[in-house]
Design a protein around this ligand. Structure first.
Ligand SMILES: NC(=O)c1ccc[n+]([C@@H]2O[C@H](COP(=O)([O-])OP(=O)(O)OC[C@H]3O[C@@H](n4cnc5c(N)ncnc54)[C@H](O)[C@@H]3O)[C@@H](O)[C@H]2O)c1
Length: 498
């Protein structure tokens, strides 16, 4: 991962920390302790634990908290938690105490700068709702920290440009967490494409389906408004568009899209036999009739994390999926042109009979089809997210004019997203992660290109016109992707048709 050398008018991390008094710091460290991550990588190995602070202590943060506090505790320590919700902050603090016997200081969101000053993190981990990622990415880097964010890096082109500019100015390391790349069967697809099994890829058909448990969940809470999430084109499809950029080792150039919301609507509530939509499931007068109901009180995890904490900030986790103020689409169709000349037809549907995807790469030597069926899940309910259904993965190659065959699959691992989460954590938290020929660790350049297909699709849905990525954000820089077969390689003459 490349970062530009530091040249900035902002205070460096050293200068910023030097302005704080030892008293306010509480447990001030000697100057020698402030080995920046960047310098540590180029000189001596890190001789002390890396210090992490985490912002946004909701469901997803649990994976990062456990990683720092337990799995990688030999190399890492958690020095601060920050959130807008005082109740969830207390839960995170209790969790750290129970898990690792440590007392992690907690800070309200307005005191983010104070947290950095007092706790001196090397890295800020950001797991807030999507629309807030940029503010902590930018401020974290300005204050001299490296930053690590959950996907999507951010939700629109202006915020994206500000993140890129700050990273270039400060030279800090900005990591974007793309766990999907690490799932063994997706890495295997990358290997097959890299090895030229189907030659160079000319076009792609990609259909992603969300079922009415997981899909509906995006319509219950903050994701249901584009201002918070960028809609499913950004919030969800950032995974898919990142996978495609990385699979192809290419970046998107131009995007056209249509989208609509026709299932999660007040009209559908009536068509399903309800009197009306309502405010939320917890108080719904028709809860006994509605199978889209999320029973927060009936699930210990969801109750503790959301229902019991909502008096702090009014965040309802179980809003009616048929209410009128939702402004994201449930049906989206997108056409993308890539820098290699490849084209893609992509669709995302959020009310389907099964969850997963069907994907086909059409190459100069044949076609590769890859299908994954996932298990039903509601994020944060205690089940493993992104788990694969039994016999749910098929990867099949159709060489030109030769028999098709199923590829013997790489084994899935344990943990979230078929083992992808755990492999990614090794890459993020081990001091010397193993070399990775797939270059799965991603920075702000991959983060930017992964959201810009969806951001462009959002514009295209509104205007009815195609959108060029270069008109949205400039000077992104090309991500580090592995080399692939190209459109100048010789192609073997296929066997004569029998
Ligand atoms: N990679 C994956 O597979 C995956 C899976 C789930 C979620 N995520 C990502 O993780 C992030 C968190 O999702 P979640 O499901 O945990 O959501 P969540 O609603 O459970 O948690 C979000 C937390 O952010 C806090 N927050 C909101 N605004 C804030 C602000 N301005 N400052 C500080 N804290 C703020 C909330 O109080 C809450 O505690 C999202 O960006 C989401 O896209 C990624």
């Amino acid at each position: 991962m490349k970062t530009t050398p530091e040249s900035t008018s902002l205070p460096t991390r050293r200068e910023f920390l030097a302005t704080t008094t030892a008293a306010s710091v509480g447990f001030a460290l000697g100057a020698s302790a402030f080995v920046s991550t960047a310098s540590a990588q180029t000189s001596a190995p890190i001789s002390r634990k890396k210090r992490y602070a985490l912002v946004g202590v909701g469901s997803r943060s649990g994976m990062f908290r456990e990683a720092v506090l337990r799995k990688y505790a030999e190399y890492s320590e958690m020095v601060g938690f920050c959130d807008v919700n005082a109740g969830r902050l207390k839960l995170a603090q209790d969790h750290a105490r129970n898990l690792a016997g440590v007392e992690v200081p907690i800070y309200p969101a307005k005191d983010f700068d104070r947290m950095v000053r007092e706790t001196k993190p090397d890295v800020i981990i950001i797991t807030t709702k999507d629309s807030e990622h940029d503010r902590y990415l930018v401020r974290g880097m300005e204050l001299g920290c490296d930053v690590m964010t959950e996907k999507p890096m951010t939700t629109d082109e202006k915020k994206c440009a500000a993140i890129l500019k700050t990273q270039a100015r400060t030279g800090r390391k900005c990591t974007v967490c793309f766990n999907y790349r690490y799932s063994p069967y997706r890495s295997q697809v990358k290997e097959l494409l890299m090895n030229g099994v189907i030659g160079d890829v000319l076009s792609v058909d990609f259909t992603w389906l969300l079922d009415t448990m997981h899909g509906a969940d995006y319509f219950r809470r903050w994701h249901a408004n584009k201002a918070n999430s960028g809609g499913l084109m950004v919030h969800k499809a950032t995974h898919h568009f990142d996978l495609m950029n990385w699979w192809l080792s290419a970046v998107p150039v131009e995007v056209a899209a249509v989208g609509k919301r026709e299932f999660y609507t007040p009209q559908m509530a009536k068509r399903l036999g309800l009197q009306s939509h309502h405010e939320r499931c917890h108080t719904c007068p028709e809860k006994s009739k509605c199978t889209f109901r999320l029973d927060l009180a009936g699930n210990a995890n969801l109750k503790r994390m959301y229902l019991d904490q909502e008096h702090h900030d009014g965040y309802f986790r179980d809003r009616c999926v048929f209410r009128p103020d939702i402004d994201i689409e449930d049906t989206m169709n997108v056409i993308v042109k890539y820098s290699t000349g490849a084209t893609m037809m992509y669709s995302l549907n959020a009310f389907n009979g099964w969850e997963g995807y069907r994907l086909a790469f059409n190459g100069t030597k044949g076609r590769l089809e890859h299908t994954v069926q996932e298990k039903v899940t509601v994020f944060g309910d205690g089940n493993t997210p992104g788990a694969v259904a039994k016999e749910g993965v098929i990867t099949r190659v159709y060489p030109l004019r030769a028999p098709a065959y199923n590829v013997e699959l790489w084994q899935s691992g344990s943990g979230g997203h078929a083992g992808g989460d755990n492999l990614m954590l090794d890459d993020l938290f081990l001091p010397n992660p193993p070399a990775d020929k797939f270059l799965r660790a991603a920075d702000q350049r991959s983060g930017a290109y992964s959201i810009l297909t969806g951001v462009a699709a959002n514009h295209s849905m509104r205007t009815g016109k195609p959108v060029k990525i270069a008109d949205l954000v400039k000077k992104i820089g090309l991500p580090d992707y592995p080399p692939m077969p190209t459109n100048t390689d010789p192609v073997p003459m296929p066997p004569a048709a029998s």
